[in-house]
Write a protein of this length. Sequence first.
Length: 445
Amino acid sequence: MTTFTAEAKTAHFTPTIVCVDDEEKVLSVLRRVLTPLNARIKAFSEAARALEYVRANTVSVVISDMRMPSMSGAEFLAETFRLQPNAYRMLITGFSDLPSTVSAVNDGRIQRYLSKPWNNDALLAAVKEGLSYHELIEANYRLQSDIKQKNITLEQEVSLRTKQLRKALRTLQAEHHRSEEAFKGTINVLTNAVSVNPIADGHFHQNVSELAATLALKMELPDDHVERIRLAGQLINLGLLGVDPEILKKSHARLTVQEQNELKKHPQIAELILSPARHFDELAQILGSQNEAFNGAGYPHGLVGDVIPLGSRIVTVARDFWRFAGQSGDDFSLAYKKAVHQLKQGMGIHYDPDIVACLCELDLEEIKRFDEREHALTPNDLEPGMVLLDDLYNAAGLLLLAKDYVLTDEAISKLRDYQEVDGDVLFIRAETTPECGATLNNTEQ
């Protein structure tokens, strides 16, 4: 038996018509009638050889006789449908055999039925229709295949891009975290630089920072604004680094006009200190405007009302509250009342009335002071893995460890040595974590 192999496709695909009939005379007529169609015509007198060809090559139209010795037309077309479902199938028969014809329609899935003798024009028209049908089906198949392949490619590209974006996002988040850590670290260094000045109050800026943040939260400002205002409070006295220490030693009443003017420049000195770092622009603006007055009588620019940055208006109220409260030797509840009274006197003049009103709504317990440390621990109470709940300062107001720091054996040992050598009482608020391996009951200091 001859074995057929797939025929190579040319640049312009030539359709193939397969004709099957056990009579050579019929096959000869079919060749002659179909020649004008510019198609490749393959004629077979045996159904088995025709199936071998169909199995190996793309076929556009299949024309089969119904009655053949080894295989009926219905059986042949059914197998053809299994091998090449896109081919157009035609049945030609000279016998009035209804059951066989029904079988060919149902099993062979034929699209056209012609009886012998046929009309050549009708046959030609039917085959042309079959060629067009196959071309349309194949074009649709190729289109669907292209779409499927493009979808697969697109999904692969989307998957790759998604992985790349996730990786980039993780990198950005890591960079952002490192930037935030570096930012806060810089703030802490600057805060320590101010606190180390023996003339400066080491705890004043901590109290201002906490109160300013509390006011910002009370006013429902976004978290990033609250954090910037908190940091501005920490750096409220940054500009004092550029003021002559001898001026700082004097009481305000003993200062000359020239010395008073120099002291007034400290907000602008703070701006100058922060100016090289663009990411400190907002902080610099808040600090630089802390001496502006709500009625426009302040300095250095005479800004009025809402033109003054909101952060500056909040920090100014917090700053002066602690200045007024710190001047009183009374207990804190009385100092609070005196400070609030003085702030009210300046509403609409020095201070934003809304911010002072917000302060007046705070309970005494909401105003956090540095010297109040409930449920504090000593270095001897600490265990590795604990997390600091607050920044840890020494008695002079210098930051030793930042909030959220996870304590290690080495850090705990250094804190113990520091307390023993310097004699400072360290107020430490920390919580246990799973890494501690034990639960620690905090004791009051």
